[in-house]
Design a protein around this ligand. Sequence first.
Ligand code: SF4
Length: 54
Amino acid sequence: MGLCATCAHAKPITSARGSTFWLCGRAAEDPRFARYPRLPVLACPGFEHRERPL
Ligand code: SF4
């Protein structure tokens, strides 16, 4: 699943076809980040561990 699954900036999105992916909240402010990162993200400078599960 990669880093996005436990990142505070990731938001899970489920498409109409039923697949789930992550929307990166950092992408809106910082062009280094993809809005929909290609998974798995194994290293990311913007990663911050999410304290609580979704
Ligand atoms: S900051 Fe990195 S790890 Fe966090 S959601 Fe964006 S791409 Fe994923």
